[in-house]
Design a protein around this ligand. Structure first.
Ligand code: ADP
Ligand code: F6P
Length: 319
């Protein structure tokens, strides 16, 4: 193998740049030429390729977003689109591809592997919604962004003796809500993986009031309920002065945490090593603090398991 390429696809996530840097530097260390494909699978099909040298990935380890840009591309879901992408890769002399993205991006990567092109995946999504890896790139930073916001909201919530509902991202997964709810000291956490129980939320709010609590924070995952709806229901049922904050895309940006920089560096290097060893169709993961390689088919056929013991712990600690 003499030349490989890397692309980012789907929603961006802090730490993607650290992974791109690691792919380029590990690749060059191993005497491989590395190309960057811009705008995800759209760029793959259009031939939007740029050579990446050692210096081109300098000064990016601490930056959020992705220097390669990202995109969603419907055309790549068709066999015609995939074959067009394959032709562009071969025309550019590329022999292996590293895809940084979420489960959708890995479905595309699996298709390329089935068409005979060696592809390796790096899980990059703030949602942490992939199976076979304990963490995805960007999740830790997103959780830190949320607790920073929750800490600030707590100040004003205390001053005004208000109840706040904070809606966080996560598509169909409650990981961001769970981890930020526990570490931000929320009174209740609403996630898709646990039954929504408004009576329980109200009961906890009233219990808190009885023991002198002057404010409360409820973290809600976007995949369950609209935060505004929950806020309205709480205000109606309790009469508490309630406000709602939808954090939105600030969770996707910002300088990656040390953990995400480390994860991106380790995963990027591991992906290059796997390609060099002749592996294809696998996702790099982190399992019990060690790098792992899992076939796409296996990772995509399983559902990510949210740690329900953490959910129970959060409930216990917020009584
Ligand atoms: P993520 O990778 O973050 O889950 P998406 O689900 O939006 O994001 O997927 C990103 C891109 O991956 C899609 O826009 C499309 O180009 C590609 N993709 C998704 N599903 C498939 C599929 N079944 N076959 C081929 N490509 C796919
Ligand atoms: O997958 C990451 C994510 O940020 C989800 O949490 C969210 O639902 C979605 O992407 C938003 O995507 P966009 O605004 O880019 O369409």
């Amino acid at each position: 193998m003499k030349k490989i390429a890397v692309l980012t696809s789907g929603g961006d996530a802090p730490g993607m740049n650290a992974a791109i840097r690691a792919v380029v530097r590990r690749g060059i260390f191993k005497n491989l030429a590395v190309a960057g494909i811009r705008h995800g699978y759209q760029g793959l099909m259009d031939g939007d390729y740029v050579p990446l040298g050692l210096g081109s990935v300098g000064d990016i380890i601490h930056r959020g977003g992705t220097i390669l840009y990202t995109a969603r591309c419907e055309a790549f879901k068709t066999e015609e689109g995939q074959k067009q992408g394959l032709s562009r890769l071969r025309e550019n002399g590329i022999e292996g591809l590293i895809v940084i993205g979420g489960d959708g991006s890995f479905r595309g990567a699996l298709q390329l592997t089935k068409l005979g092109f060696p592809t390796i995946g790096i899980p990059g999504t703030i949602d942490n919604d992939l199976a076979c890896t304990d963490y995805t790139l960007g999740f830790d930073t997103a959780v830190n962004t949320v607790i920073d916001a929750v800490d600030k909201i707590r100040d004003t919530a205390t001053s005004h003796e208000r109840t706040f509902v904070v809606e966080v991202m996560g598509r169909n997964s409650g990981d961001i809500a769970l981890w930020s709810g526990l570490t931000g000291g929320a009174e209740s956490i609403v996630i898709p993986e646990a039954e929504f129980d408004l009576d329980d939320i109200i009961k906890r709010l009233l219990q808190g009031q009885q023991r002198g609590k002057r404010h409360s924070i409820i973290v809600v995952a976007e995949g369950v309920f609209n935060g505004n709806e929950i806020g309205r229901m709480i205000q109606e049922r309790t009469g508490f002065d309630t406000r709602v904050t939808v954090l939105g895309h600030i969770q996707r940006g910002g300088s990656p945490s040390a953990f995400d920089r480390l994860l991106g560096s380790q995963m990027g290097a591991k992906a290059v090593d796997l390609l060099e060893e002749g592996k294809a169709g696998v996702m790099v993961g982190i399992q019990n603090n060690r790098m792992a390689a899992v076939p796409f088919a296996e990772a995509l056929s399983q559902k990510h398991q949210l740690p329900l013991d953490i959910y129970e712990l959060a409930r216990t600690l917020s009584i």
